[in-house]
Ligand binder design. Structure first.
Ligand code: CTP
Ligand code: CA
Length: 228
């Protein structure tokens, strides 16, 4: 059967997406990172483009191909990701799907840290990274009309997602249970619930591509429901 054509309901819109992990260098050969394949964020970028949007995808290090029809900005660290996101504003919609490292080392070493043979271990001092979603959600002059975040949780999924919705000034949080038994991390499937000021909607377990397809349709619907 013929596939239904994708509605071009995001034509003329600029959508800003973050995806993948960030890498926070410890020294020239080591880094701190979250686990993230980038599959979900990249799939969202691809579906946004199919709906006619101009898409800027700010991506941390991933092994995925660039989605077709998307402007990709490649970064490594959380601070670079924030700078690239701010440089890409204004946008109508922001979807912050990256797994940003919460902490970076306080002063990376420009030389490789060596074992000295004594068994003594280095102590890493950490400092908190900027919160990109909160910066965008609470932006004073260029807040996108719709700001969407993710909440990867292993427990108390809805309560934690509601907290993030409030704290970060988001309109919608895509909450997912990433406890090890779900197989979400690195896998192709995702079980999400949408948490907004309207309430909570549970979706069945779907492929990450199908989650992206439905999420983009939902975002287009919500955007059309706001003025302009
Ligand atoms: N996020 C971000 N910048 C950060 C940390 C998180 O933009 N420095 C975004 C993520 O892209 C995601 C949302 O915030 O959309 C929630 O990320 P998460 O790691 O679940 O939340 P945190 O606020 O970091 O809380 P915690 O890890 O302690 O649960
Ligand atoms: Ca975090």
């Amino acid at each position: 059967a013929m596939l239904d054509p994708v509605p071009q309901d995001l034509a003329g819109r600029h959508v800003l997406i973050t995806s993948g992990p960030t890498h926070e260098p410890i020294d020239p050969v080591r880094y701190i990172a979250n686990r993230s394949s980038g599959k979900q964020g990249h799939a969202i970028a691809a579906w946004m483009a199919r709906h006619g949007a101009r898409v800027t995808l700010v991506s941390g290090p991933v092994t995925l191909a660039d989605p077709p029809g998307v402007d990709v900005v490649k970064v490594e660290t959380a601070r670079q990701m924030l700078a690239a996101v701010e440089a890409a504003l204004p946008a109508d919609v922001a979807v912050m799907a990256a797994a940003v490292a919460d902490w970076r080392t306080d002063g990376e070493s420009d030389r490789k840290i060596k074992k000295d043979g004594s068994g003594k271990v280095p102590v890493l001092a950490l400092t908190e990274n900027p919160d990109i979603l909160a910066t965008i959600g609470r932006h004073s002059s260029a807040r996108p009309r719709l700001v969407v975040g993710f909440a990867a949780e292993t427990n108390d999924v809805v309560d934690n997602a509601r907290g993030k919705l409030e704290r970060k000034g988001a309109d919608l949080i895509v909450a997912n249970d990433v406890s090890p038994e779900t197989g979400v991390m690195g896998g192709d499937a995702n079980t999400v619930r949408l948490v907004s000021h309207d309430g909570v909607t549970d979706w069945p377990t779907l492929s990450k591509d199908e989650v992206a397809r439905r999420l983009v349709a939902e975002i287009a619907r919500r955007l059309a429901a706001t003025v302009g």
